[in-house]
Design a protein around this ligand. Structure first.
Ligand code: CA
Length: 368
């Protein structure tokens, strides 16, 4: 109907008016029907962690452009509206419509939150995406988050993290015993069983604790983010890999009632922008981390691989913890059983072409 009307109008208006008439009638006519919506997003991250905080800025920018400026999301850094670790509560209570965070910050509420973020000895970023988008993960997590009146969207990934900064070298499993290490979540629980005394400290409190020797070690993310916090100045030994975070997925939580109020087009814009962020953040880390790593090495940082015995022991403990949790937590059990099967299948698949190719490229092949 609209196009028929427009054609007859153009005929009447004549050739000279045609160009401006098309401009005036078509696109703005659609935009005029769209309501102006303003949301607030609370980030768990400070502006200084530019990739993590930047995920929210990219989302807001894309959503605004995709809706012709009608759907605006104002991004607030950690602490601006609510503290970084209170963003989920803020979304549930409707203080803000949405937030950007890392689900493992909330495993105190239920350990099943970890599946939406990072599981020690779990999957890589690519495998996590496969599980979330096509492997049943998103459905399971959406069902889980419905209990919190939240709709979740994967919203970024750090890739495999580094294994933290140590004041002294770790030569074997026994060197871990009695060490005080900043390592939150499941990773901390596993470390505790290896004899480490885990500590939970916010980002800004880690450096002074490491400097004073109140703690002996600390993990954060990877070279790019870690360099900003300056750990290399007080702990020279940098370990890899961060086996407790083989990938760390970030997330946008949206208040379910607010989501339902959005026009379909805005929902689509939000979902597309979140998926875009999920892709872009990994690419950005993969460009910035290698540069930061070279800078850290130039500053005298000593790289070490975790002793194999410590990783073998940690993996065994990790799966004992998951089995234990599954016995007492039905939500965890449901996701864990499906996740475990997916994990085994994709590990077997990636052990063929992917692993063989990567292994060659980074070892023999790199010496061409
Ligand atoms: Ca970490």
């Amino acid at each position: 109907m609209a196009s028929v009307k427009r054609r007859s109008f153009l005929k009447k208006a004549g050739a000279g008016l045609a160009a401006s008439a098309v401009g005036a009638i078509s696109a703005p006519a659609i935009a005029a029907d769209m309501p102006a919506v303003k949301w607030r997003l609370a980030s768990s991250f400070p502006k200084s962690l530019d990739i993590l905080y930047g995920c929210s800025e990219i989302l807001a920018d894309r959503v605004k452009k995709l809706t012709d400026g009608k759907f605006e999301i104002r991004v607030a850094a950690a602490g601006e509206i609510v503290p970084g670790l209170k963003v989920l509560d803020a979304v549930q209570e409707g203080t803000v419509e949405c937030c950007h965070s890392a689900s493992y910050y909330f495993i105190g509420k239920n350990k099943a939150f970890a599946f939406d973020c990072a599981m020690p000895f779990g999957m890589t970023a690519r495998q996590q995406n496969a599980w979330m988008y096509y492997g049943g993960g998103l459905e399971l997590m959406r069902e889980f988050f419905a209990e919190y009146s939240v709709i979740n969207f994967p919203g970024g990934n750090t890739g495999t993290q580094m294994g933290g900064w140590f004041r002294n070298e770790i030569k074997s499993l026994s060197d871990l015993k009695g060490l005080k290490m900043r390592i939150p979540g499941f990773g901390g629980e596993i470390m505790a069983k290896l004899g480490v005394v885990p500590q939970t400290l916010a980002g800004a409190d880690i450096y002074p604790a490491l400097e004073k020797g109140t703690i002996d070690a600390a993990e954060w993310v990877g070279p790019y983010d870690d360099e900003k916090l300056g750990f290399y100045k007080v702990a020279k030994h940098y370990y890899y890999p961060g086996w407790w975070e083989p990938e760390t997925q970030l997330v946008f939580y949206v208040n379910a009632k607010e989501w339902a109020k959005l026009p379909k087009l805005y929902q689509e814009a939000f979902a597309s922008a979140a998926a875009e962020v999920n892709l872009l953040s990994v690419a950005e880390y993969d460009v910035k981390n290698p540069k930061a790593m070279l800078q850290l090495l130039a500053k005298g940082v000593k790289l070490h691989r975790y002793p194999l015995d410590s990783m073998v022991a940690a993996q065994k403990i990790a799966f004992e913890l998951y089995d234990e949790e599954a016995k007492k937590n039905p939500a965890f059990k449901k996701i864990y059983e499906q996740w475990s099967k997916f994990r085994s299948t994709i590990h077997r698949w990636h052990s063929l072409a992917e692993h063989t190719m990567e292994n060659f490229l980074y070892t023999t092949g790199s010496k061409r």
